[in-house]
Design a protein around this ligand. Structure first.
Ligand code: ZN
Length: 411
């Protein structure tokens, strides 16, 4: 056999021509039309888009799928979601976390995600149980997805004694990224500085929950930019949410965006959670609070998008489908033109790869054959349709198949 796998009649991003993609030894061996029909598996994808696998850089597997045990929302309190999760953390066992995280991870895989960074919280209430429940999935699902863990103090760190010790324990036992949630400590900047010290000590990238709120002149990301430069962490820092930017004037938006670009700090937009939680202080004209990632990209910063929460008090919905999340972001930020949608596609593919510093990402000869077949001819149509992903491949091995719906008209 010439190849292990051959996809025929594929459409690549930004190309209308049909081509073939050959895989050998888990890597892309050739991309050209008319390759020899000799392979262990030959799949005619019928003109569908073949994209690099999708990347989720910000999701919470450990607390996904708990909405059923969290009761009703007591009030429109901006901190209510964190409090409702915190109130049920005692019920998390390793087995419970593992089962819920597994279910969410399998949804992610089945919608085309092949690389994931999951945030995982530790604190005296949950101990290491969330971390252990998720960590067991890293090897168990390596056949379908590269999974890395960002350890974070969701309930605060400086004001929550015992949390820092657990963060360090996680960093010593498999967490490869460190996160933060400074809104839950009285000294926000103190938490950010301490997290940076730990990042340097353990030589790990930083990915913080930051700047949820409405005042664009009180943004912690400015400190993150300073610390990134001071520690040489440019290109190794991301923040999630950043909703204060959604309340900025165009001038302030550009000022902050340029600062982030200069310091190599990326923004991950989390549209579902931001839409669900923002504007809790309002009774009418409730603000959207979702940052226009396309505008950030046009201004030269790195922006991507992710799912964040799935079926918990922060976001009581979700199926970990990144094409759907991208459609939501485009819709709410009023980005409907083809050029804009093409940029949104990069926000869960190429730009997410940049954020994770994956240099071997993309459909090119020699790269790992992480690919998905999308039921649309191109990224723009896929986002307009919320097109399903029909097949996924991890290092050249098929990881899932999704059947097209079939109509049954009367004979
Ligand atoms: Zn998050």
């Amino acid at each position: 056999m010439a190849f292990d796998l051959l996809l025929t009649n594929a459409r690549l991003i930004d190309s209308e021509a049909l081509t073939d993609i050959a895989v050998q030894g888990g890597r892309i061996a050739a991309i050209a039309p008319g390759l020899p029909r000799e392979a262990g598996e030959i799949l005619d994808v019928g003109g569908c888009l073949v994209s690099p696998g999708f990347i989720e850089t910000h999701i919470h597997l450990d607390k996904s799928g708990i909405i059923g045990r969290c009761g009703c929302e007591p009030a429109r309190n901006p901190h209510g979601a964190m409090e409702r999760v915190s109130a049920v953390k005692h019920s998390f066992t390793v087995e419970d976390v593992n089962a819920r995280a597994r279910a969410t991870l399998e949804k992610s895989i089945s919608h085309g995600t092949t690389i994931m960074r999951t945030h995982c919280e530790v604190d005296p209430k949950v101990g290491m149980r969330g971390f252990q429940g998720v960590k067991a999935l890293v090897d168990a699902y390596a056949w379908a997805i590269d999974l890395e863990i960002c350890v974070m103090p969701q309930d605060g760190m400086l004001d929550n004694p015992g949390t820092e010790e657990l963060m360090i324990e996680a960093l010593k036992s498999g967490a490869t990224v460190i996160g933060a949630a400074p809104n839950y400590d009285r000294d926000r900047h103190g938490q950010i500085r301490r997290v940076f010290e730990l990042a340097v000590e353990f030589d790990v990238d930083v990915d913080m929950h930051l700047d949820s709120g409405t005042n664009p002149h009180d943004m912690d990301v400015i400190l993150v930019c300073e610390l990134a430069e001071r520690h040489g962490w440019q290109g190794r820092c991301a923040i999630g949410h950043g909703t204060k930017l959604a309340s900025a004037t165009p001038e302030r938006f550009l000022e902050v965006t340029h600062r982030m670009a200069q310091a190599g700090v990326a923004l991950t937009v989390l549209p579902a959670t931001d839409l669900f939680l923002m504007g809790r202080d309002q009774t009418e004209n409730v603000r959207r609070g979702v940052v226009d990632g396309v505008a950030m990209l046009r201004a030269g910063a790195l922006a991507n998008l992710s799912t964040n929460n799935v079926q918990n008090p922060f976001t009581p919905f979700g199926d970990a489908q990144l094409i759907r999340m991208a459609n939501l972001l485009a819709n709410v930020t009023q980005r409907g033109d083809a050029a804009d949608l093409r940029m949104v596609w990069d926000m869960f593919t190429a730009h997410s790869a940049r954020l994770l510093r994956r240099r071997d990402y993309g459909l090119a000869v020699g790269n790992p054959a992480d690919m998905v077949v999308v039921d649309a001819p191109d990224p723009v149509q896929a986002l307009r349709d919320i097109a399903p992903v029909l097949y996924g491949f991890k290092r050249g091995r098929r990881s899932f198949t999704r059947q097209r719906a079939e109509l049954h008209p009367p004979a």
